[in-house]
Every structure is written in structure tokens, then in C-alpha cells.
Design a binder for this molecule. Structure first.
Ligand code: ACM
Length: 645
């Protein structure tokens, strides 16, 4: 045996020993989300001392890095943590490089855990912050507890990590217009995002159901536009509110609130992207200032409370009332200038999102002033009418020193010269914009819509479409045919029509946002679904400790139902996670692992009333008990899918 081979076998042997000892002690494997660029694990582990000294550079930007480490390493552990400027012997050393290291860039870091302690090294404080998040994830899950936890060995494996992000834009969008979430609730969301190395929260601040940001020069936007009638049920089908129903549901952020949210995000190396959606989705603004509408009678409109009012057909979008700003009205551009002027001062981020999606144009078609505008400007289609509007809005945004960003409808009728496009109706808008040399953020419905159901509609709270974790995880934001430099990043969007509270907001976000964070951070070649599932399971444990809700839907099956030519229903079940067993019954009782195990598509017995199914993993129940009435199966077999309801 030659020397090198011996060395190699020795190395393999040592790794096998290390892995075996993890397995035997029940210790968990390293489970960092998003998966770092490179991890080298060594045999052994570092046990935190009772007195932990952290040495860190002094600067205001370091505040949250230090707070995170101080809290996590003292609250659950009971250890004493002290932070010093340049202590020679410290358990945790945070170091800013004197000379920039080009490999890791502005947000990357090196993290090493060894016999002598822990060192995180970065070019910028952002990198130290991300390194600190990875470090916390190396310790047992109880490290995230808000209480003292006894009986845990506070140890992290010896490891060397090199890490930096794939994209500079790693975002989530939160719709605070359909349902309002308070400043504290938004900050909680930001805090959770920052642990997974997101750096942008896009706030959808205005829509037909509410205007959520104080504009001092336009007070009616929030005194009138921020409130509607509280309804619960299935949003979009509510009965129209009567005159006596109180309009006291909603709220808005004062400029002071925004300042605090922006600072809270900045402390966690996140930017806030504000979105003001126009010219469509603008009913709250029109109700506040009816003179912004093309349509007579707009002064009778009210802020929407979730009643049906738009039809989305193949022929186009038709609104029953005119929820648009009028492109032919000069007052609209004065309004936009005031709004953008105040926003530009409130939000330091370099971009402002001006919406542009789903603008119904059926009232523009009827409007004499729009007809006159089209003739004057030689505009041939209503889309060109919207493009005229977008180009003027872009100039206003740029006049306030910001970059203009919009949903992919802004491509229709001609894209404004420097616009950045957020591709949502699939990826084609993004591809088109990139081919025209524009920057693009990818957030397609097909992979990145967190408002869609986590799993099969038979068990999930109903929304018109479904997007499972595995599909989110399969996404690569850079399409083959474009210059990858123009794809500046990716984000997922949580629309909140059907999200009434923060617990459900969490349920819809996690674990799919784990997948989004990995799509945005991790090199595509390092992504691996089965490995990811193992890490997600460990982070479920962390979320349980931290009392954050998540969807357990990856453990539940999906169903494909067919009506056979002989009128027998056939049920196929699929799981996205490997190694699950599905046990079922047709006799109405609750199945367990003594019941028949699913191995092939089932034929529904003639007189059966319902199918029940539950998944098991390693002999233990893990999925939810699902009851699928045969009447529902018949409905599903008779239509293409739940999408076309
Ligand atoms: C959108 O989902 N309407 C951008």
C-alpha cells in the first residue's frame, strides 16, 4: 500500500469514526440553513466554558452581533458572558480583516471551531453577523430557548466553514395591506428572517384593502384609507359591508414606526424595500382622494373588505369598480411625487417598488380623459397607457434619488429605461427584461409564492393554488438563457388575503422560506433535497424550542384522483419526503401502523364514504390524520384541479 493511499484510508477511517460516534451518542449532524459554501468537520467538539469571553471590534454595527451571542450563550446555558475589545484569550473571537478578502466579499465569513475556541473572521460586520448565525446553529437546539435549560452539553463540533452568498438580493415580501401587522409583529418577522441570512424585507404597503404608511402631506391616506370592515372566512367572497358595519379594522405605520422598523432591520443587516402599488390595486388611495380616479362617482367608493370585485379572465382583468389611479390626470403625478418624496426620506434603501401588477383597464377604456391622452401621446393600447404612466413614475422615483422597480406587467407597452423588473408571472418576464439588459429579481408564482397552500387542499387552509416545499427547493433563479449578472437575486412573496394572524403568517413562511434562503445563498451545486430535509427536521426542533410555528406539510401525502372508465375512483398518493409509510382505512376508523400500508394506487370500494390516511416515519406517526370524503374525490376527479375554482 503506498503512503498516500494509507493516508487517505486513515482519513476515511477517522471520518467514519467521527460519524459513527455522532450516530451512537444520538448527536445531531451539522445542520446549517442555508447550507454554507464549504464545511470541513473534524473529530472532537468544543464545550463552552462557564465564563465565556467574547472579543469583538467596537462599532455601532456590531451591536446586534454581540447581543445575539451574549443572549444565546447566556440565557439557556446559565454561563456568564463578557465582551471585551481585544482580549488575548477568549472563547469567541470576532475579527474584521484588515485587508479585504475577495473570496468572501461584503457578506461572507470564515468560522472555525477548534480546541482553543471559536473564531469568526469577515471583511465587514455583516459577515460577522452571518457567521454568528451559523455558529448558533452548530449548538444543540436548546440554544434558542428563552429560558434556562438544564442537562444539555453546550458543545459544537470542531469545524472550518467558508461561506458567502450566491446573490446580493435575498428577500421575502410581506403583504401588510390585506391584513395589517403591527410594528412589533413585523420586527419579529425580520428577526426570524435574519437568522436565515435574508437581507431584504419587501413591504407591500398599499392595496385595495388599506394604505399602511403615514404620508404627512396626504393625511386622508391613513385616516380614511387604512381601515375597512373586519370579516373572517374566505377572503374574496365576503358579503359587501353594510352602512352600519364599523370601519375600524386595520391600521398603519407612523413615520416614527417606519424609522424604528428600518433601524431594527439595519441592525440585522437587512434593508426594507417599500412598495406602493399603482396604478391598479389603488382603491384605498382613491377612496381617500377620489379626484385621483378617471371615473365619476369614485367619491362613493369604500375601502375593500374582501368582497368580490375583480374578475380575472383569459380576456383580461375586469374590475367592478375603478380601483386605479388615472394616468391622464396631472393631479396623479403630483400625488405620486408627494408620496415618493416622503418615502425616499423614510426608507434609506436605494430602491422603491411602485407595483404595476394586475391593473384593470376596463374603466380607462370608457374614460374621455384617457382617450384624449392616448390620442395626444399616440398610444395604441391600454398597455401603452400603463407604460406611459410607469415611465413618468420612474422619472419621479429617480428625481428622489432612488431606483425604480416594478412587477413584470411594467414590461407590457414598453419598459421604462432604467426599470428593475420583479418577475412574478413565471420567469418569462424576468428573461425578457434581462435580455433587454435590465436587472431582475426572480419571484415567480411557480416556485416562490408563500401564500399558496403548503400541501394538498384536503388538509391545508384553502387558497387557490399549491406550492410544496420540494418544488420551492428545486428552484434555480438563473434561467439558462440569460446573463447571470442581471439576475440580482430572488425573493418569495407572502400575500395575506387568507392570513389573519401572525401564527398563520409563520405557518405559511416556514419551512418554505428555509428553501428560499438556500436558493438565494447556497451555490446551486451544493443543494441536495434529501440532505435539506434532514436539516429542516432539525430546525423544526429549534422552532419548537423558540415557539415559532411552521407547516409540517412535508410529512403529508399529496393525492391524485382519477375516475376510471368503469366508474371506479382511483387514488394515487405521493410523499415528497423519503422513508415515510402511509397507512390508510376506508372503514371510517383512524388508521395506524397496524392498518394496510399504501404500496400502489387504491381503488375506492363501492360503498366507501371516506379515505383516511396517516404517515409514519421509523414506526412513529409523523403526518396529520387526513380525511378525504369520497364526495370530494368525485369533485376533484371531475375537474382539472383545484386551481380553476
Ligand atoms: C402579484 O402577485 N400580483 C404581484
Amino acid at each position: 500500500m503506498n503512503h498516500n493511499l494509507k493516508k487517505l484510508l486513515g482519513l476515511i477511517g477517522c471520518c467514519v469514526v467521527a460519524l459513527q460516534s455522532f450516530g451512537q451518542s444520538g448527536k445531531e449532524q451539522i445542520a446549517i440553513i442555508p447550507e454554507p459554501v464549504s464545511i470541513t468537520q473534524h473529530e472532537g467538539e468544543y464545550v463552552l466554558p462557564k465564563n465565556i469571553v467574547i472579543s469583538a471590534p467596537h462599532s455601532p454595527e456590531m451591536k446586534e452581533v454581540i447581543t445575539t451571542l451574549r443572549e444565546r450563550f447566556s440565557v439557556p446555558t446559565g454561563a456568564h458572558v463578557s465582551v471585551l475589545g481585544g482580549a488575548a484569550s477568549s472563547a469567541i473571537k470576532l475579527v474584521l480583516n484588515k485587508m479585504a478578502d475577495t473570496l468572501i466579499g461584503k457578506e461572507g465569513y470564515y468560522l472555525s471551531v477548534g480546541k482553543k475556541g471559536i473564531v469568526i473572521r469577515a471583511n465587514e460586520p455583516a459577515g460577522l453577523f452571518y457567521g454568528a448565525q451559523s455558529l448558533v446553529q452548530l449548538f444543540p437546539k436548546e440554544i434558542v430557548s428563552s429560558k434556562r435549560v438544564e442537562g444539555v452539553k453546550w458543545a459544537a463540533p470542531y469545524v472550518d466553514i467558508t461561506d458567502y452568498p450566491r446573490f446580493k438580493w435575498r428577500g421575502l415580501m410581506l403583504d401588510v395591506a390585506r391584513h395589517f401587522f403591527t410594528k412589533q409583529e413585523v420586527e419579529q418577522y425580520i428577526d426570524n428572517m435574519s437568522k436565515y441570512k435574508f437581507n431584504i424585507l419587501h413591504m407591500h404597503l398599499t392595496d385595495d384593502e388599506g394604505w399602511r404608511v403615514e404620508i404627512k402631506s396626504l393625511p386622508r391616506l391613513t385616516t380614511v384609507g387604512a381601515y375597512n370592515v373586519k370579516k373572517v372566512g374566505y377572503f374574496g367572497t365576503f358579503t359587501p359591508p353594510g352602512p352600519d358595519e364599523p370601519r375600524d379594522y386595520g391600521g398603519f405605520y407612523t413615520q416614527q414606526d417606519i424609522k424604528e422598523i428600518v433601524q431594527y432591520a439595519k441592525d440585522r443587516f437587512m434593508n426594507i424595500l417599500p412598495e406602493i402599488d399603482m396604478p391598479g390595486h389603488s382603491l384605498a388611495a382613491v377612496v381617500a382622494y377620489p379626484e385621483l380616479s378617471c371615473t365619476p362617482g369614485a367619491d362613493k367608493y369604500q375601502v375593500r373588505s374582501g368582497e368580490h370585485f375583480m374578475n380575472f379572465t383569459k380576456a383580461g382583468i375586469k374590475a367592478q369598480i375603478d380601483n386605479t389611479l388615472c394616468p391622464a390626470n396631472e393631479k396623479v403625478y403630483v400625488f405620486v411625487d408627494k408620496v415618493v418624496g416622503e418615502l425616499a426620506k423614510m426608507f434609506p434603501f436605494g430602491y422603491i417598488h411602485m407595483g404595476g401588477d394586475e391593473c384593470a383597464k376596463n374603466f380607462w377604456e370608457q374614460s374621455d380623459s384617457v382617450k384624449a391622452l392616448m390620442q395626444r401621446e399616440n398610444l395604441k393600447t391600454q398597455e401603452e397607457g400603463q407604460a406611459y404612466f410607469e415611465k413618468r413614475v420612474e422619472k419621479i422615483v429617480e428625481s428622489h434619488g432612488k431606483k425604480f422597480l416594478g412587477w413584470d406587467e411594467i414590461l407590457e407597452g414598453g419598459l421604462a429605461p432604467d426599470a428593475i423588473v420583479m418577475s412574478w408571472r413565471g420567469v418569462k418576464g424576468g428573461i425578457q427584461a434581462a435580455k433587454m439588459g435590465h436587472e431582475v429579481v426572480m419571484s415567480p408564482t411557480t416556485y416562490q409564492y408563500l401564500d399558496y397552500m403548503n400541501g394538498d387542499p384536503i388538509i391545508e387552509p384553502r387558497v387557490y393554488s399549491m406550492l410544496r416545499l420540494s418544488k420551492v427547493y428545486s428552484y434555480n433563479p438563473v434561467p439558462d438563457s440569460v446573463d447571470s449578472k442581471l439576475i440580482i437575486g430572488t425573493q418569495a412573496n407572502l400575500w395575506t388575503e387568507q392570513v389573519y394572524n401572525t401564527r398563520h403568517m409563520e405557518y405559511m413562511t416556514w419551512p418554505r422560506a428555509f428553501a428560499v434562503s438556500e436558493n438565494a445563498w447556497t451555490p446551486n451545486a451544493r443543494k441536495n433535497w434529501n440532505d435539506f430535509v434532514g436539516r429542516v427536521e432539525q430546525h423544526f426542533g429549534r422552532f419548537d424550542e423558540a415557539q415559532i410555528k411552521y407547516a409540517p406539510s412535508m410529512y403529508d401525502p399529496g393525492f391524485t384522483i382519477k375516475m376510471r372508465p368503469d366508474s371506479v375512483l382511483e387514488v394515487e398518493m405521493q410523499t415528497e419526503v423519503q422513508g415515510l409509510d402511509m397507512y390508510y382505512s376506508f372503514d371510517n376508523s383512524f388508521p395506524d401502523n397496524f392498518y394496510p400500508k399504501y404500496t400502489a394506487p387504491l381503488l375506492v370500494p363501492k360503498d366507501a364514504f371516506q379515505l383516511r390516511v396517516i404517515t409514519y416515519k421509523d414506526g412513529k406517526p409523523i403526518g396529520r390524520m387526513i380525511t378525504f370524503p369520497v364526495s370530494e374525490m368525485k369533485k376533484r376527479a371531475n375537474r382539472r384541479g383545484y386551481d380553476d375554482e
